[in-house]
Design a protein around this ligand. Structure first.
Ligand code: SAM
Length: 214
């Protein structure tokens, strides 16, 4: 492994705003770090956490948790949040698969899933982060009527998500296969992540699906 990456991996775990799901007290530590009862929004597959950081800067009265399985990506997120002196955002090294064992007290008002790996092959369908097995996990820590938002450039994942919503009889709030065609977007919808900017640069339309369990 390149020395620079190894340094990031080692350092990430020493940062005050980065937590690790392997720590048995991880949820209490996050609660203590955030230090209030304000609502929580979660960003899954956050990478450098553009959503969590932009939202935390805009909404000082809300809390945000960016989650990614790769500590080196959260290193970047942590540095960016610290440079903006944001105290209402924290980062968690975790697999989405493990989140129901992390969040027992924390309830999220909203989840953003930003440009997850699309797993286009049918044989990998179970790995898609909107597969019903993941939805069962999210349901355990999402408030009633809490919103889940998926942003993707991938047609297969977009259409699959709509199918899951239909099959599982979920509540579709919004779906668009070309988000930026519209001039009437909310602050949230308009945030552009690192990967999103790359897709836009090569002319790919960005898709958004928002839904809730009830
Ligand atoms: C394509 S990147 C998108 C990063 C960022 N959201 C963006 O839009 O710039 C996908 C990210 O998902 C993370 N990831 C993939 N599967 C995951 C899982 N099961 N649990 C947590 N993170 C995951 C990867 O580590 C990677 O950082």
């Amino acid at each position: 492994m390149p020395r620079k990456k190894q340094k990031k991996l080692d350092e990430a775990r020493t940062f005050k705003n980065i937590f690790d799901y392997k720590d048995e007290n991880v949820e209490s530590r996050i609660i203590e770090y955030l230090g209030n009862d304000n609502s929580v929004t979660i960003e899954l597959c956050c990478g450098q956490a553009d959503y969590s950081i932009s939202l935390a800067a805009e909404y000082s009265g809300r809390n945000f948790i960016g989650i990614d399985r790769k500590p080196a990506r959260l290193w970047n997120a942590s540095i960016n949040a610290a440079s903006l002196q944001l105290k209402n955002v924290s980062f968690l090294i975790a697999y989405a698969e493990k989140l129901d064992s992390v969040f027992k007290k924390i309830k999220a008002e909203e989840i953003w899933i930003t440009f997850p790996d699309p797993y286009p092959r049918r044989s990998s369908m179970k790995k898609r982060l909107v597969h019903p097995r993941f939805l069962d996990i999210y349901k355990k820590f999402l408030v009633d009527k809490g919103k889940i938002n998926l942003k993707t450039d991938d047609d297969t994942l977009f259409n699959y998500t709509l199918k899951v919503i239909e099959n599982e009889k979920l509540n579709l709030i919004k779906a668009t296969d070309n988000l930026y065609k519209s001039n009437h977007l909310s602050f949230e919808e308009n945030i552009k992540t690192k990967y999103e900017k790359q897709h836009i640069a090569v002319g790919k339309p960005i898709k958004l699906v928002s839904f809730s369990f009830s």
